[in-house]
Design a protein around this ligand. Structure first.
Ligand code: FE2
Ligand code: FE2
Length: 191
């Protein structure tokens, strides 16, 4: 049985939200004087690039959005532009997070602030984006696409899954679990 392609995407949103919860916890630690390891943030960048962007956003932009643009003939172009712009902005913020990591590791205070700012913006942007897709865009797509188009979408998603080794979700789920265990085991600094 193939999974409903929009449910597949929503399910991926669930994993992205779990990842963002970890980022929020990390920010909270930093604000309170505790420093999660640089490895935590390296995993975060790996997840953001590999899964949120390289897998999930890729399928949206190259499969779902293309199909919706063809189907609605200009009617949803502004909406699609906004969603694509948010993906792009997310990439920039992720690059910002990545750029601050050497400085963060060296305990450079201004790089630590850069990291906090970029994480907060990234997390807020993606939560808003996911909410819009789950509550507005996907329901609209569900009403618009025919059963046959749904099956084509499933087929294209399955192809992408295979292209990425068949285990993109599982691999990245593990990364989120690892991030979670780093962040939960972080203790108060010795005084
Ligand atoms: Fe998206
Ligand atoms: Fe999405």
């Amino acid at each position: 049985m193939t999974m409903d392609p929009l449910d597949t995407l929503s399910n991926e949103h669930g994993l992205i939200r779990q990842f963002l919860d970890n980022l929020t916890m990390a920010a909270d630690h930093i604000e309170n004087g505790r420093r999660p390891s640089t490895a935590f943030f390296e995993k975060a960048v790996e997840f953001g690039r590999g899964f949120a962007d390289g897998y999930h956003h890729f399928k949206e932009e190259h499969v779902l959005f293309v199909r919706m643009a063809q189907k609605k003939r200009g009617e949803v172009d502004a909406q699609l532009d906004a969603l694509r712009h948010q993906h792009e902005r997310g990439r920039e913020l992720l690059n910002g997070i990545s750029r601050s990591l050497d400085g963060y590791a060296a305990q450079d205070p201004s790089k630590t602030v850069d990291l906090l700012e970029n994480m907060a913006a990234y997390s807020s942007l993606l939560r808003h984006h996911i909410h819009t897709e789950d509550h507005l865009f996907y329901p609209m797509a569900r009403k618009t696409l025919t059963t046959q188009e749904f099956e084509q979408l499933s087929g294209e998603f399955a192809k992408e899954r295979e292209r990425q080794g068949g285990d993109a979700f599982e691999r990245h789920h593990k990364l989120v679990v690892d991030m979670g265990s780093i962040i939960t085991h972080l203790r108060e600094p010795a005084r």
